[in-house]
Design a protein around this ligand. Sequence first.
Ligand code: TXA
Ligand code: MG
Length: 304
Amino acid sequence: MSTLLLSPNQIDRAVSLLKAGEPVAIPTETVYGLAAPIFNEEGVKKIFFLKGRPSDNPLIAHVTSLEMAEQVVDTSSPHFRPLVNRFWPGPLTLVLPKKERVPDIVSGGHSTLGVRMPKHKIALQLIEAVGEPLVAPSANLSGKPSPTCFEHVLEDFAATLAAVIDGGECSLGIESTVLSLVGETPVILRPGSITREQLEKVLRCSIAIADEKTPAVSPGMKYRHYAPKGTVRIISHPSEIGGAFVLSKDPISPYLHRPLSAKTFYMYLREADRTGAEVIWVFLDPVSATDEALMNRLLRSAGF
Ligand code: TXA
Ligand code: MG
């Protein structure tokens, strides 16, 4: 199969494919997603198959309204409204009890479901046109860095995917913050560009951050993630650098240098792979070290 490259004015083509059970890669403000309508089990199954995704790793539902969210999750948590009023549309996924009508395959057999409203015109138009939430994990092979432009999607799926919509480069470049509202205390399951401080300010309560020991809260956390082919080595002093591909805040070596930032992190991991770099050296400056989302992805790309 050769993948159709659709322009933003060919949304109708994408809608027909989605309704026929063919996943389509779509742009969002965070990363590109591999989409299927939530109630189309054939399309949802294909997402897992195409990505090589473990079947217990749940998908996120993308909606255009609170009413649409209510079709798939229980929104009675007192934290839901304040967060949605402040952060939707935007990069915040809320994990809530799932409604029974949502197929188990979508939630990987779990009783909860993540929902978010993307801040991207094309994504919103598509969901509206399909008329139901679209589930969409990042449009990469399981374990690989997430895609931030359509070319990255084609690197992973050129021979297997029906279509990708070209929505240009993603404005944020890193996946949404995932916040669970299931227990008494809200828990960040995955850091993103919306920070714990921003969330706590709105909720006026403290929020926990999940770690590897939190029992099965985010099934995705137990799998290796965001990994390029090259080995990622993190160092804190530039003079130790001995490789050809370097990510750092400022240019610090005569080698191939790219700036270190959350927005461009995945893009440069993929570029490093294309150059055949065996080692990707990351010089960690004190400012980048305080960026929770970047540090989370960086450590995981390095295999921690
Ligand atoms: O920005 C994003 O969130 C992108 C765009 C396309 O919207 N999507 C995305 O989906 O990153 P995915 O599937 O690649 O990552 C979702 C993460 C996984 O680690 C998954 O385990 C976790 O969120 N997750 C999803 N639903 C969950 C649930 N019900 N309970 C716990 N963790 C959940
Ligand atoms: Mg992903």
